[in-house]
Design a protein around this ligand. Structure first.
Ligand SMILES: Nc1ncnc2c1ncn2[C@@H]1O[C@H](COP(=O)(O)OP(=O)(O)OP(=O)(O)O)[C@@H](O)[C@H]1O
Ligand SMILES: [Mg+2]
Length: 250
């Protein structure tokens, strides 16, 4: 089982939205997915209540010392991917989640204040020595602002942008908000849309980074589930000189 954790001090940067999007993208690739919500705000639990589909199961967790046990239970039950959505700010619970992660994802909007606000989260991740990547979220379709944010994030981490920036960037699109309101993920709400394509691309990037192969699409939990249509997500490359990421043909 792999565990990914969405964390950043800054509220509203897209932790919960990405947790949902990635959960469904991974399920559509054959993963047995659990979501853990450590945020008392309850965004995932509320989303779950609006869903008709019983999957993915959302479990809440309020105590840091229960996390290891919970993950062990999931693993025994055959879960292949756990995604943990944390609250904004720093807490013992978020620290415990980060320490359990195979990959920490830090969603960040392309603004100076948001980039600066990642410092505390980055320090916490470095404190437990876990792999991490930034996800630029709610970006404009294109523009210098994205390139500036990417450069600033690489500076913040003192690493090359290619090592710390997940691709593709997730553009600000209404689909994410509309899907959330209906208890859906973008890959269910608008499977042929650009937002769904970006999230599938992001999941592919994460899978590659984790070094996992998608399980065969045979898991029971997928019975009610329509695999996504025949759309292959584009590959994305970070072009340092360009003001946007470049989708490349397969
Ligand atoms: N790529 C996107 N395009 C459009 N809207 C988005 C996108 N990502 C997130 N949003 C919207 O931004 C708002 C904040 O997102 P979300 O709740 O996922 O952030 P969060 O980091 O979980 O916030 P919190 O710290 O409060 O838990 C929501 O209304 C969500 O629908
Ligand atoms: Mg949230």
């Amino acid at each position: 089982m792999h565990t990914i954790v969405l964390a950043t001090q800054k509220g509203g940067s897209g932790k919960s939205t990405l947790a949902i999007g990635l959960a469904l993208a991974a399920m559509q690739q054959g993963h047995a997915v659990r979501l853990i919500e450590t945020d008392p705000q309850g965004t995932l639990s509320n989303w779950r209540r609006r869903r008709d589909n019983a999957q993915p199961v959302v479990e809440t967790l309020a105590a840091a010392d229960e996390l290891a046990q919970r993950l062990a239970t999931f693993e025994r039950a055959g879960v292949t991917l756990t995604i943990i959505d944390t609250a904004g700010g720093l807490s013992a619970l978020t620290d415990a989640a980060l320490a359990s992660a195979d990959l920490c994802l830090i969603p960040v909007r392309p603004s100076v204040a948001d980039v600066e606000a990642t410092a505390a989260t980055l320090a916490a991740i470095r404190g437990c020595d876990r792999p991490f990547a930034y996800v630029l979220n709610q970006t404009p379709c294109r523009g210098q602002r994205i390139a500036h944010a990417a450069t600033a994030l690489a500076d913040e981490a003192a690493l090359d942008a290619a090592g710390v920036l997940a691709l593709p960037y997730i553009v600000m699109r209404n689909d994410h908000q509309d899907a959330l309101g209906l208890g859906l993920a973008v890959s269910e709400y608008a499977p042929g849309g650009k937002s769904a394509d970006e999230i599938r691309g992001l999941w592919q990037w994460i899978e590659t980074r984790l070094g996992v192969e998608a399980p065969a699409l045979t898991h029971d939990i997928l019975i009610e589930f329509q695999p996504s249509p025949d759309i292959t997500p584009a590959s994305y490359q970070l072009d340092a000189a360009a003001d946007e990421i470049v989708a490349t043909a397969e």
